[in-house]
Design a protein around this ligand. Structure first.
Ligand code: PMP
Length: 444
């Protein structure tokens, strides 16, 4: 699929092909020296002795401590010494670990209700419902919103929980090309035209589901264009902000705020607490009518309620983000700013190095494309060996040649940590021949 454009011309005497408008000389893609030069090895040993890094997480088991560039700890609230830990400890002492019941039975605490109110207020919505797991928030609630005669149009790269939710329902499902608003418009036109012989629209409801930030691509969805399409073609928007809530926008309110769009245009705001809030669980924020329909209708009601300690972690981190906690008045803003600065710095350094990086400049998810699937394992082990934990993603999750190393940035990363990671990338890129686009201009 990726070499559809075919082996293209000859540049500087090398054959190559175009991948997303970037010309890749073939020798660069398949240049795969497996061992590093002695000087590189020596440098690595030196750095290891320096211990310039502190662990973000201690990776358990037999592994050593490593800097974590693989987890979704965007605002640093997942640190075990974070400002919310104490509040959660007290809550666990008061209420115990589990609720032992679902929300609709005995599993509702005032804390759950306070959290839901705060989430709704944060997002500018009338009401919100929370769930014990983000995955289930999509998989269990999408079928409750869409029934027979409805059409769901989903971004082709939407998360597995959305795919499962779509499959569990009875709506018709179609996809559009990833983040491609032209293709979405084509699909919408087609969906509307299907009903032309009749006078009324062919679908009871059309709902378009997108994510705020895509966790494998680092792309940010084009909310203003999506809203413009909505006004033209009349459909509902379901926005999954798992990776963007807290992490995007000047006050952490996600991609809608990032683009300066109106939250009222997003019919259903879905998100998870497992990333920016350092906890787990999910939410749906919408109108009172939609939220109470969800509370009554979904199978998720039969799952145990979110545990009290987790609810408190989310509640207290959200209060800090909103600047409501007098003990940490500017801490939320500081974290949001820090994440944005880290993202800009890290990405611009990678661009300078001529590496192929996907995604938007403001996305804290940074996929570095290596083009050599056979090296994925050895590269990730090399990173681990030097003290950097990353996630690698390859076929079938990505097209074969677009396999990637994925760096997730955090407000808890210091500049030293980012520099250490960048030096490590230099070493690894020298070992494995990754930087073959040295003269690529830096995006404006
Ligand atoms: N939606 C998206 C876009 C996700 O990336 C994820 C998980 N990473 C989920 C939903 C599921 O959330 P959780 O892991 O909190 O269950």
């Amino acid at each position: 699929k990726n070499i559809r454009a075919g082996i293209q011309s000859v540049v500087d005497g090398h054959a190559g092909f175009y991948l997303r408008n970037v010309f890749l000389p073939v020798n660069a893609c398949f240049h795969t020296p497996l061992t590093g030069s002695p000087s590189v090895k020596f440098e690595i040993r030196e750095r290891k002795r320096n211990h310039i890094f502190e662990p973000l997480f201690e990776l358990t088991g037999k592994t050593r401590k490593a800097l974590n560039f693989g987890s979704y700890n965007y605002l640093g609230f997942a640190q075990n010494d974070g400002p919310c830990v104490e509040a959660s400890k007290v809550t666990v002492e008061k209420y115990g670990i589990g609720m032992g019941s679902s929300r609709s039975e005995m599993g509702s605490l005032q804390l759950h209700r306070d959290l839901e109110k705060l989430v709704a207020e944060f997002l500018g919505k009338e009401d919100a419902a929370t769930f014990g797991m983000g995955f289930i928030t999509n998989a269990g609630n999408i079928p409750a919103i869409l029934g027979k005669g409805c059409l769901l149009i989903s971004d082709e790269l939407n998360h597995a929980s959305i795919v499962l939710g779509a499959k569990l329902g009875t709506a018709n499902i179609r996809t559009f090309k990833h983040n491609d608003m032209y293709d979405l418009e084509k699909k919408l036109k087609k969906a509307i035209i299907e009903g032309q012989p009749k006078t009324r629209r062919p679908w009871k409801k059309i709902i378009v589901i997108v994510e705020g930030i895509y966790s494998m691509e680092g792309t940010i969805s084009y909310i203003p264009s999506l809203i413009a399409l909505k006004q033209k073609y009349k459909f509902y928007i379901w926005l999954d902000e798992a990776h963007s809530i807290g992490a995007m926008g000047p006050t952490g309110r996600g991609v809608v705020e990032y683009w300066g769009s109106d939250a009222n245009e997003i019919d259903i705001m879905m998100g998870t607490f497992s990333k920016s809030f350092g906890a787990h669980g999910g939410y749906i924020a919408s109108t009172k009518a939609v939220v109470s329909h969800i509370r009554r209708q979904t199978h998720t009601n039969y799952a145990s309620a979110m545990t009290p300690g987790v609810a408190m972690q989310i509640y207290s981190s959200l209060r800090i983000i909103m600047g409501r906690d007098d003990r940490y008045p500017n801490d939320g803003q500081r974290r949001i700013r820090r994440l944005a600065e880290n993202t800009r710095y890290f990405r611009s350094e990678l661009y300078k190095r001529g590496l192929v990086v996907y995604g938007a400049d403001d996305s804290p998810i940074v996929p570095l494309i290596i083009f050599t699937p056979n090296q994925l394992d050895i590269i990730s082990r090399t990173f681990m060996h030097i003290g950097i934990g990353i996630v690698t993603v390859g076929y079938p999750a990505t097209p074969l040649l677009e396999c990637r190393l994925r760096f997730c940035l955090s407000a808890a990363h210091t500049r030293d940590m980012l520099d250490y990671c960048l030096h490590t990338i230099d070493d690894v890129s020298e070992m494995f021949g990754l930087a073959f686009l040295k003269n690529r201009p830096i995006p404006p």
